[in-house]
Write a protein that binds this ligand. Structure first.
Ligand code: ZN
Length: 222
């Protein structure tokens, strides 16, 4: 069983270093946004295969490949934060979904997509229906995640850290401005399973650049 993190005692979490931590408050001036339709290239359909209880949230291990700024990454797992960890242009959505990727050198990149209240999310519905507390089990049927990946609009990019111990730095973040939606009933169902907020406190930016990239009107890559 995974050790449950105490989000009320974040100052006691063990970590070294600390100048490039996540999450942060994100802002870019519209005049600084770079047009980059090929920043995120989804190479294959993404699937979630194994759903596990991580004590503070649920995690979905799976398969997928992308070129992130023209470098090859493998999708490892998706997990959830409620409320969101990043603040985007002073907004803090109700959830943030982290698609953790890794390259062959072990460098991590996270695609972060927030969620606001609205229409039901079909993938979250599948996961909530399949979730069994205190287990890590293959799903009866793999969940297709492709439609959750950002293909249009603004992407914030900066270098930060994992937001749970060991809080390792050197993580490249790509945070989508355009949110997904979850229904109020889904959020309530999720929060019944994970009542404690699992968002790490905002960390100082410390002069780090935050870049803004516009993916354009949208593209379908496979
Ligand atoms: Zn996360």
């Amino acid at each position: 069983m995974v050790e449950k993190l105490d989000y009320m005692q974040q100052a006691a979490w063990s970590f070294s270093s600390g100048q490039q931590q996540s999450p942060v408050a994100l802002h870019v001036d519209s005049s600084q946004v770079i047009q980059a339709a090929d920043l995120l290239e989804w190479q294959v359909p993404y699937y979630g295969e194994t759903l596990s209880d991580q004590a503070n949230n649920m995690q979905l291990a799976g398969k997928g490949y992308a070129k992130l700024d023209h470098r090859n990454y493998r999708f490892v797992q998706l997990h959830f934060h409620a409320p969101a960890e990043h603040v985007i242009e002073a907004q803090k959505p109700v959830m943030e979904w982290h698609f953790v990727h890794e390259n062959t050198l072990g460098q991590k990149a996270v695609i972060a997509v927030t969620a606001v209240l609205g229409k039901e999310n079909p993938q979250l519905a599948q996961l909530l229906a399949a979730f069994i507390p205190k287990t890590a089990l293959p799903l009866p049927e793999a969940v297709l995640l492709t439609s959750l990946l950002p293909t249009r609009g603004l992407i914030y990019r900066y270098v930060g850290s994992l937001t749970t111990p060991p809080l390792s730095e050197g993580v490249e973040w790509f945070v989508a401005a355009e949110p997904l939606t979850v229904s109020p009933e889904q959020l309530a169902q999720y929060r019944q399973l994970f009542p404690q907020d699992n968002n790490r406190a905002l960390q100082p930016l410390n002069q780090r650049p935050v870049m803004g990239y516009d993916l354009g009107a949208g593209s379908s890559l496979f």
